[in-house]
Design a protein around this ligand. Structure first.
Ligand code: PLP
Length: 392
């Protein structure tokens, strides 16, 4: 068995169909879509086809899709565009559990003099929309709240948020990088003003993303230069990756309901078995409102990094709730915002699945994980005292 890849919220494998479709545009078809000659100009049509496919995945209109270089660029662009559209308003609302693409951009705005409110979440990782209601004021320009959390998979109540913001003249952006292609999203039913998506989370390559901008929303480009993307995002198009994103969107839309069933069944089996086999284990995040592919599990009294290293020896890839930043173990800001106890934050592991995972792979993880936890706890002074090891 080759490596078991359960880190799909970090990035995904490029789907073979996607790779096949994009390859000619990395070799023979290398023209510039803005050229007058057919060699380049014909690519323009292919970009428009990809735009229609991406739009269709979220039930948008093709002209509402702007191609970007990644989810981060889309997030930065959306928030910057919103504050520039409403120059007299200086207040931005977001949450404490956003991805750094939003969180750090908001901190950047705070340094420039904007007032930023970071909404809390409860111990299930859920947002209380009443708190949002209390924080809104005349000065609020934009609310940016993620659709689903990358660490826990918790899905936010976007419909309720939109109800609150309705007719208040406040722009709403959602970072849907982890949600698009994993759960149904229909921007006609959920009238967000802007929505971010990213290619490498849906089996397209890294370095391509899109920003949905609702027709009629005031928009200010962030990258300024040539006339590409109708002047909304300058820079010669990443043709091959845009075509790949179109194909990946088409595949995601085609199999969405089957994939949701398949992935949630695999994920639940993994989660339920680990809860049964390993003592002192908890699931982080609201189990009733989660992405179908994600589980975030804390194994008390062991270090997440140690679990990852042991998993790595078995060629199992996952990620932990603490990121190794500049040599120090920084506990996850998401789990901390949820009030997860310190010992549980440090022992947290995120498993995130994709359509390419199999039952046999999950069986292997179920077999290996209790052994690793038992072994690590025997090494830990806390673990030795506190836990009853599962039978061998
Ligand atoms: N937003 C969320 C929720 C993410 O999970 C990520 C990537 O992990 C991003 C934004 C950034 O996307 P990209 O890597 O395409 O810049």
């Amino acid at each position: 068995m080759s490596a078991i890849y359960l880190d799909n919220n970090a990035t995904t494998r490029i789907a073979p169909e996607v790779l096949e479709e994009m390859m000619p545009y990395l070799s023979d078809m290398y023209g510039n879509p803005s050229s007058m000659h057919t060699f380049g100009g014909q690519l323009h049509r292919r970009i428009e086809e990809a735009r229609a496919k991406v739009a269709s995945l979220i039930n948008a209109e093709p002209e509402e899709i702007i191609f970007t270089s990644c989810g981060t660029e889309s997030d930065n662009t959306a928030i910057m565009s919103a504050v520039e559209s409403l120059p007299r308003k200086k207040h931005v609302i977001t949450t404490r559990v956003e991805h750094p693409a939003v969180l750090n951009f908001c901190q950047h705005l705070a340094r420039k003099g904007y007032r930023v409110t970071y909404l809390p979440v409860n111990n299930q990782g859920q947002l209380d929309t009443n708190v949002l209601l209390k924080e809104i004021d005349e000065d609020t320009a934009v609310v940016s709240i993620m659709f689903a959390n990358n660490e826990t998979g918790v899905i936010f109540p976007v419909k309720e948020i939109l109800e609150i913001l309705k007719e208040r003249g406040i722009l709403f952006h959602t970072d849907a990088v982890q949600a698009v292609g994993k759960i149904p999203i229909d921007v006609k039913n959920l009238p967000v003003d802007m929505l971010t998506l990213s290619g490498h989370k849906i089996h397209a390559p890294k370095g391509v993303g899109a920003l949905y901008v609702r027709k009629g929303t005031r928009f200010n480009p962030y990258i300024i230069g040539g006339h590409q993307e109708k002047g909304r995002r300058a820079g010669t198009e990443n043709v091959a990756s845009i075509i790949a994103l179109g194909r990946a969107s088409e595949l995601a839309a085609r199999n969405l309901s089957e994939e949701i069933k398949y992935l949630s069944a695999l994920r639940d089996r993994l989660e339920d078995t680990l809860l049964k086999c390993c003592p002192d284990v908890r699931v982080n995040g609201d189990r009733n409102s989660r992405l179908p592919n994600t589980t975030n599990i804390s194994f008390e009294y062991v270090e997440g990094e140690a679990i990852l290293l042991r998993l790595n020896e078995y060629e199992i890839c996952a990620s932990s709730g603490s990121a190794c930043t500049s040599g120090s173990l920084e506990p996850s800001h998401v789990l901390r915002a949820m009030g997860v106890p310190y010992t549980a934050v440090h022992g947290s592991i995120r498993f995130s699945l994709s359509r390419y995972n199999t039952e046999a792979e999950i069986d292997r993880v179920i077999e290996v994980m209790p052994l690793i936890i038992r072994e690590l706890r025997l090494l830990s002074p806390y673990g030795r005292e506190k836990i009853v090891c599962p039978p061998e």
